[in-house]
Design a protein around this ligand. Structure first.
Ligand SMILES: NC(=O)C1=CN([C@@H]2O[C@H](COP(=O)(O)OP(=O)(O)OC[C@H]3O[C@@H](n4cnc5c(N)ncnc54)[C@H](OP(=O)(O)O)[C@@H]3O)[C@@H](O)[C@H]2O)C=CC1
Ligand SMILES: O=C(O)C(=O)[C@@H](O)[C@H](O)C(=O)CO
Length: 276
């Protein structure tokens, strides 16, 4: 079993430097995949109302027998934005998870045309005060959106989970996060197993370190100071993905991988892409 190191969030929470994405992990096989990840050393689980797998995540947490060691993330969907709606949404998530606390609660997408993310965030802060939420954070927020919720509430989100991989390294946003004490979390860190893993620079770097291309990409995230949440249903690939804390890339290797930049891979610009 791998020990995944942690970093301290701005609220003092010890936050793993790598976690498990659970999109599409559903049903009995999904539960088993999450259990196997926990057995392999994963401690951070990333779910969402819209993944329709909160029951599976909660079941895996109970089966693991180490609930107190785990950080369970879920996310408010767009259709639940607004103060009262978010309180109700959290209660629904807690019921489906079968847990008494959401360890990390995120706004899934800002949905700026709806313009309710500030009230949503206020509700999350109150849920945190009531002990129903551990850390409050956001996902897919731009710098102006982050500035707005901080200005409105005085509470700096602990995490911003955003699209981030070597094709879209998000240097500017990461620098803003660092300046504010916000932890960056990378979604689709493997670029969904696209041609990224066949890029020459990735393959050559992997050969130089005696590791796999996937491990090079995940180590790149770790060295950028972002927590990647690769999804894998397979215990062998889960173990491969978590085993990235025994080697280091040079600054030149990190820079060469970052030079793969070409922009977002999907239609996920938070100023225009909205999800309910
Ligand atoms: N906040 C947001 O808006 C978003 C959040 N997310 C979160 O981020 C997580 C990760 O992103 P996701 O889109 O799933 O994509 P990833 O970049 O994690 O890629 C997942 C794909 O890579 C494959 N894979 C995983 N490990 C390996 C490996 N070692 N070798 C070869 N293939 C591998 C998986 O297949 P297999 O399972 O067969 O191993 C799967 O097909 C999501 O599950 C979700 O939790 C994702 C998108 C948006
Ligand atoms: O996986 C997520 O968290 C999402 O927000 C997805 O809906 C993602 O944006 C996607 O898969 C779009 O096709």
């Amino acid at each position: 079993m791998v020990t995944i190191p942690t970093v301290s969030l701005n609220d003092g929470t010890a936050f793993p430097q790598l976690g498990l994405g659970t999109y599409n992990l559903r049903g009995g096989e999904g539960t088993q995949a999450i259990v196997s990840a926990i057995e392999g050393g994963y401690r951070l689980l990333d779910s969402a109302v819209n993944y329709e797998n909160e029951r599976e995540v909660g079941e895996a947490v109970r089966r693991s027998g180490i609930r107190d060691e785990l950080l369970v993330t879920t996310k408010v969907p767009g259709r639940d934005h607004g103060y009262d709606e978010t309180i109700a949404s959290a209660r629904g998530s807690l019921e489906r998870l079968g847990l008494d606390r959401i360890d990390l609660y995120l706004i899934h997408w800002p949905n700026p045309s709806v313009d309710k993310f500030v009230d949503t965030y206020r509700a999350m802060i109150d849920l945190q005060k009531d002990g129903l939420v551990g850390s409050v954070g956001v996902s897919n927020f731009t710098e102006p959106m982050l500035a707005r919720i901080i200005e409105a509430t005085g509470v700096v989100p602990a995490v911003n989970q955003v699209e981030l991989h070597p094709y879209f390294p998000q240097a500017h946003l990461r620098a803003f996060h660092a300046s504010q004490g916000i932890r960056t979390e990378s979604w689709s860190p493997l670029a969904r197993r696209s041609e990224l893993l066949s890029e020459e620079v990735v393959i050559e770097t992997a050969a130089a370190h005696g590791v796999t291309p996937t491990q090079v990409v995940l180590r790149w995230h770790v060295q950028l100071g972002s927590t990647p949440i690769p999804k894998s249903a397979d215990p062998v690939r889960q173990a491969e993905n978590a085993d990235v804390f025994g080697f280091s890339l040079t600054d030149a290797e990190v820079a060469a991988i970052s030079a793969l930049e070409r922009g977002r891979l999907w239609d996920g610009d938070p100023d225009t892409h909205e999800e309910m």
